[in-house]
Design a protein around this ligand. Structure first.
Ligand code: PGA
Length: 258
Protein backbone atom coordinates (compact mmCIF):
# COMPACT_ATOMS: atom_id res chain seq x y z
CA UNK A 1 0.00 0.00 0.00
CA UNK A 2 0.89 3.59 -0.43
CA UNK A 3 -0.24 6.04 2.28
CA UNK A 4 -1.34 8.65 -0.26
CA UNK A 5 -3.62 6.28 -2.14
CA UNK A 6 -4.94 4.51 0.97
CA UNK A 7 -6.59 1.09 0.84
CA UNK A 8 -9.96 0.07 -0.60
CA UNK A 9 -11.43 -3.23 0.59
CA UNK A 10 -14.48 -4.21 -1.47
CA UNK A 11 -16.96 -7.01 -0.85
CA UNK A 12 -18.44 -8.45 -4.04
CA UNK A 13 -21.49 -10.40 -2.91
CA UNK A 14 -22.15 -11.71 -6.47
CA UNK A 15 -25.58 -13.38 -6.90
CA UNK A 16 -25.96 -14.11 -3.18
CA UNK A 17 -28.21 -12.75 -0.42
CA UNK A 18 -31.86 -11.93 -1.04
CA UNK A 19 -32.86 -8.60 0.47
CA UNK A 20 -33.76 -10.12 3.86
CA UNK A 21 -30.37 -11.85 4.02
CA UNK A 22 -28.63 -8.71 2.77
CA UNK A 23 -30.16 -6.69 5.60
CA UNK A 24 -28.96 -9.26 8.13
CA UNK A 25 -25.45 -9.24 6.66
CA UNK A 26 -25.20 -5.45 6.76
CA UNK A 27 -26.46 -5.44 10.35
CA UNK A 28 -23.80 -8.00 11.27
CA UNK A 29 -21.18 -5.82 9.58
CA UNK A 30 -22.46 -2.76 11.43
CA UNK A 31 -22.20 -4.53 14.79
CA UNK A 32 -18.67 -5.79 14.11
CA UNK A 33 -17.44 -2.50 12.71
CA UNK A 34 -18.65 -0.68 15.83
CA UNK A 35 -16.14 -2.69 17.84
CA UNK A 36 -13.26 -2.96 15.38
CA UNK A 37 -10.54 -0.35 15.14
CA UNK A 38 -9.82 -0.11 11.44
CA UNK A 39 -6.44 1.19 10.37
CA UNK A 40 -6.54 4.81 9.11
CA UNK A 41 -6.85 5.17 5.36
CA UNK A 42 -8.92 2.01 4.89
CA UNK A 43 -12.17 2.46 2.97
CA UNK A 44 -14.73 -0.35 2.69
CA UNK A 45 -17.27 -0.81 -0.10
CA UNK A 46 -19.96 -3.47 -0.26
CA UNK A 47 -21.54 -4.60 -3.53
CA UNK A 48 -24.88 -6.37 -3.01
CA UNK A 49 -27.10 -7.54 -5.88
CA UNK A 50 -29.34 -4.87 -7.46
CA UNK A 51 -32.42 -6.10 -5.58
CA UNK A 52 -30.76 -5.33 -2.23
CA UNK A 53 -29.17 -1.98 -3.02
CA UNK A 54 -31.99 0.13 -1.64
CA UNK A 55 -32.32 -1.94 1.53
CA UNK A 56 -28.58 -1.87 2.15
CA UNK A 57 -28.32 1.86 1.39
CA UNK A 58 -31.06 2.64 3.93
CA UNK A 59 -29.45 0.44 6.59
CA UNK A 60 -26.00 1.98 6.01
CA UNK A 61 -27.39 5.50 6.31
CA UNK A 62 -29.65 4.86 9.28
CA UNK A 63 -27.01 3.01 11.32
CA UNK A 64 -24.07 5.17 10.11
CA UNK A 65 -22.21 2.04 9.02
CA UNK A 66 -18.70 3.07 7.89
CA UNK A 67 -18.97 1.51 4.43
CA UNK A 68 -19.84 2.92 1.03
CA UNK A 69 -22.32 1.39 -1.36
CA UNK A 70 -21.18 -0.39 -4.49
CA UNK A 71 -22.79 -2.20 -7.41
CA UNK A 72 -21.52 -5.21 -9.35
CA UNK A 73 -22.40 -4.20 -12.90
CA UNK A 74 -24.38 -1.73 -15.00
CA UNK A 75 -25.30 -1.03 -18.59
CA UNK A 76 -23.36 1.71 -20.36
CA UNK A 77 -26.35 3.75 -21.59
CA UNK A 78 -28.52 5.91 -19.37
CA UNK A 79 -31.88 4.59 -20.55
CA UNK A 80 -33.52 2.74 -23.40
CA UNK A 81 -34.85 -0.57 -24.67
CA UNK A 82 -32.42 -2.85 -22.81
CA UNK A 83 -34.69 -5.34 -21.07
CA UNK A 84 -33.32 -6.45 -17.74
CA UNK A 85 -30.49 -3.95 -17.58
CA UNK A 86 -29.78 -1.27 -14.96
CA UNK A 87 -28.26 2.06 -15.97
CA UNK A 88 -25.43 3.99 -14.32
CA UNK A 89 -27.86 6.88 -13.74
CA UNK A 90 -30.16 4.58 -11.73
CA UNK A 91 -27.24 3.47 -9.57
CA UNK A 92 -26.05 7.04 -8.98
CA UNK A 93 -29.56 8.01 -7.79
CA UNK A 94 -29.39 5.15 -5.26
CA UNK A 95 -26.26 6.59 -3.71
CA UNK A 96 -23.85 4.10 -5.25
CA UNK A 97 -20.20 5.20 -5.11
CA UNK A 98 -18.29 2.30 -6.73
CA UNK A 99 -19.36 0.08 -9.65
CA UNK A 100 -17.42 -3.03 -10.64
CA UNK A 101 -16.89 -3.30 -14.41
CA UNK A 102 -15.35 -6.10 -16.42
CA UNK A 103 -15.41 -8.74 -13.69
CA UNK A 104 -14.15 -12.00 -15.16
CA UNK A 105 -17.56 -13.61 -14.62
CA UNK A 106 -19.13 -10.85 -16.76
CA UNK A 107 -16.38 -11.22 -19.35
CA UNK A 108 -16.47 -15.02 -19.55
CA UNK A 109 -20.08 -15.97 -18.79
CA UNK A 110 -21.84 -12.94 -20.31
CA UNK A 111 -19.43 -12.17 -23.13
CA UNK A 112 -18.39 -8.64 -22.16
CA UNK A 113 -15.38 -7.65 -24.20
CA UNK A 114 -12.86 -4.84 -23.73
CA UNK A 115 -15.02 -2.41 -25.79
CA UNK A 116 -18.08 -2.98 -23.62
CA UNK A 117 -15.99 -2.59 -20.48
CA UNK A 118 -14.65 0.75 -21.74
CA UNK A 119 -18.17 2.00 -22.49
CA UNK A 120 -19.27 0.96 -19.01
CA UNK A 121 -16.41 2.94 -17.48
CA UNK A 122 -17.60 5.96 -19.52
CA UNK A 123 -21.15 5.55 -18.18
CA UNK A 124 -19.97 5.17 -14.59
CA UNK A 125 -17.79 8.30 -14.59
CA UNK A 126 -20.47 10.28 -16.47
CA UNK A 127 -22.63 9.94 -13.36
CA UNK A 128 -19.91 10.86 -10.90
CA UNK A 129 -19.33 7.31 -9.63
CA UNK A 130 -16.05 5.45 -9.45
CA UNK A 131 -15.37 2.35 -11.51
CA UNK A 132 -13.50 -0.70 -10.26
CA UNK A 133 -12.18 -2.10 -13.54
CA UNK A 134 -11.27 -5.79 -13.27
CA UNK A 135 -8.46 -7.25 -15.33
CA UNK A 136 -6.71 -10.60 -15.14
CA UNK A 137 -5.42 -13.55 -17.09
CA UNK A 138 -6.82 -17.07 -17.35
CA UNK A 139 -4.83 -20.15 -16.28
CA UNK A 140 -4.09 -20.91 -19.96
CA UNK A 141 -2.80 -17.41 -20.56
CA UNK A 142 -0.55 -17.65 -17.50
CA UNK A 143 0.77 -21.10 -18.42
CA UNK A 144 1.58 -20.02 -21.96
CA UNK A 145 3.43 -16.90 -20.79
CA UNK A 146 0.79 -14.47 -22.07
CA UNK A 147 -0.46 -13.14 -18.73
CA UNK A 148 1.41 -9.84 -18.86
CA UNK A 149 0.32 -9.09 -22.44
CA UNK A 150 -3.32 -9.92 -21.79
CA UNK A 151 -3.52 -7.71 -18.71
CA UNK A 152 -1.69 -4.92 -20.53
CA UNK A 153 -4.21 -5.14 -23.38
CA UNK A 154 -7.13 -4.86 -20.93
CA UNK A 155 -5.54 -1.83 -19.22
CA UNK A 156 -4.87 -0.02 -22.48
CA UNK A 157 -8.37 -0.72 -23.81
CA UNK A 158 -9.91 0.68 -20.63
CA UNK A 159 -7.72 3.71 -19.92
CA UNK A 160 -5.93 5.02 -23.01
CA UNK A 161 -6.96 8.49 -24.15
CA UNK A 162 -8.79 9.48 -20.97
CA UNK A 163 -8.61 12.99 -19.53
CA UNK A 164 -6.21 13.28 -16.56
CA UNK A 165 -8.90 14.78 -14.30
CA UNK A 166 -11.05 11.61 -14.33
CA UNK A 167 -8.22 9.11 -14.12
CA UNK A 168 -7.72 9.38 -10.36
CA UNK A 169 -11.31 8.26 -9.77
CA UNK A 170 -10.64 4.82 -11.21
CA UNK A 171 -9.69 1.68 -9.35
CA UNK A 172 -8.14 -1.32 -11.10
CA UNK A 173 -8.71 -4.79 -9.65
CA UNK A 174 -6.13 -7.36 -10.69
CA UNK A 175 -7.97 -10.65 -10.43
CA UNK A 176 -6.24 -13.65 -11.98
CA UNK A 177 -9.13 -15.76 -13.24
CA UNK A 178 -7.54 -18.96 -11.89
CA UNK A 179 -7.59 -17.51 -8.36
CA UNK A 180 -11.27 -16.50 -8.28
CA UNK A 181 -13.38 -18.75 -6.10
CA UNK A 182 -10.76 -21.52 -6.16
CA UNK A 183 -9.19 -21.09 -2.73
CA UNK A 184 -5.83 -20.62 -4.49
CA UNK A 185 -4.73 -17.01 -4.09
CA UNK A 186 -1.83 -15.52 -6.02
CA UNK A 187 1.23 -15.26 -3.80
CA UNK A 188 2.09 -11.74 -2.61
CA UNK A 189 5.12 -11.83 -4.96
CA UNK A 190 2.99 -12.75 -7.99
CA UNK A 191 0.34 -10.17 -7.06
CA UNK A 192 2.98 -7.46 -6.61
CA UNK A 193 4.73 -8.34 -9.87
CA UNK A 194 1.52 -7.95 -11.89
CA UNK A 195 0.29 -4.89 -9.96
CA UNK A 196 3.66 -3.18 -10.55
CA UNK A 197 3.36 -4.04 -14.25
CA UNK A 198 -0.17 -2.59 -14.28
CA UNK A 199 1.19 0.61 -12.67
CA UNK A 200 3.77 0.84 -15.51
CA UNK A 201 1.02 0.43 -18.10
CA UNK A 202 -1.06 3.08 -16.35
CA UNK A 203 1.89 5.49 -16.38
CA UNK A 204 2.36 4.88 -20.08
CA UNK A 205 -1.32 5.58 -20.89
CA UNK A 206 -2.11 8.13 -18.18
CA UNK A 207 1.20 9.81 -17.24
CA UNK A 208 1.44 11.37 -13.79
CA UNK A 209 -2.28 10.79 -13.07
CA UNK A 210 -1.50 7.06 -12.79
CA UNK A 211 0.01 7.60 -9.36
CA UNK A 212 -3.47 8.24 -7.91
CA UNK A 213 -5.12 5.09 -9.34
CA UNK A 214 -5.61 2.40 -6.71
CA UNK A 215 -4.90 -1.20 -7.72
CA UNK A 216 -6.68 -3.94 -5.78
CA UNK A 217 -5.82 -7.62 -5.76
CA UNK A 218 -8.69 -10.09 -5.89
CA UNK A 219 -8.98 -13.89 -5.96
CA UNK A 220 -9.50 -16.12 -2.91
CA UNK A 221 -8.54 -13.38 -0.44
CA UNK A 222 -8.86 -14.64 3.16
CA UNK A 223 -8.18 -13.05 6.57
CA UNK A 224 -4.91 -15.03 6.75
CA UNK A 225 -3.57 -13.62 3.45
CA UNK A 226 -5.00 -10.07 3.45
CA UNK A 227 -2.20 -8.41 5.44
CA UNK A 228 0.70 -9.69 3.37
CA UNK A 229 -1.09 -8.87 0.11
CA UNK A 230 -1.84 -5.28 1.13
CA UNK A 231 1.72 -4.74 2.35
CA UNK A 232 2.92 -5.08 -1.28
CA UNK A 233 3.91 -1.59 -2.50
CA UNK A 234 1.63 -1.64 -5.56
CA UNK A 235 -1.40 -3.33 -3.96
CA UNK A 236 -3.81 -0.67 -2.72
CA UNK A 237 -6.69 -2.84 -1.64
CA UNK A 238 -8.55 -6.10 -2.01
CA UNK A 239 -11.61 -7.24 -3.95
CA UNK A 240 -13.19 -10.01 -1.91
CA UNK A 241 -15.83 -12.45 -3.13
CA UNK A 242 -16.63 -15.53 -1.02
CA UNK A 243 -15.17 -14.22 2.23
CA UNK A 244 -17.27 -11.03 2.00
CA UNK A 245 -20.42 -13.09 2.67
CA UNK A 246 -19.14 -13.83 6.16
CA UNK A 247 -19.22 -10.58 8.17
CA UNK A 248 -16.53 -11.71 10.63
CA UNK A 249 -14.13 -12.77 7.85
CA UNK A 250 -14.74 -9.61 5.84
CA UNK A 251 -14.13 -7.32 8.83
CA UNK A 252 -11.00 -9.33 9.72
CA UNK A 253 -9.75 -8.77 6.15
CA UNK A 254 -10.38 -5.01 6.41
CA UNK A 255 -8.71 -4.91 9.83
CA UNK A 256 -5.63 -6.69 8.43
CA UNK A 257 -5.32 -4.20 5.60
CA UNK A 258 -2.59 -1.96 6.97
P1 PGA B 1 -13.29 -14.82 -4.44
O1 PGA B 1 -13.89 -13.83 -5.56
O2 PGA B 1 -12.78 -13.94 -3.33
O3 PGA B 1 -14.46 -15.66 -4.02
O4 PGA B 1 -12.20 -15.58 -5.09
C1 PGA B 1 -13.23 -12.64 -5.91
C2 PGA B 1 -13.99 -11.93 -6.99
O5 PGA B 1 -14.55 -12.59 -7.87
O6 PGA B 1 -14.06 -10.69 -7.00
Amino acid sequence: MNPERGVLVSGNWKMNENHFEALRLVQELAALLRHTALPGGVEISIHPPFTSLRTVQTAVETDHVPVVLGAQHCHFDDRGAFTGEVSPEMLAKLGVTYVIAGHSERRHIFGEDDDVVRKKLDGIVRHGMRAICCVGETADERESGRARDRVSEQIRAAFSGRKPDVLGSFVVAYEPVWAIGTGVSATPDDAEEMCAAIREDLVSVAGAAAAAIRIQYGGSVAPETAGELVRCPNVDGLLVGGASLDAAKFVAIAAAAI
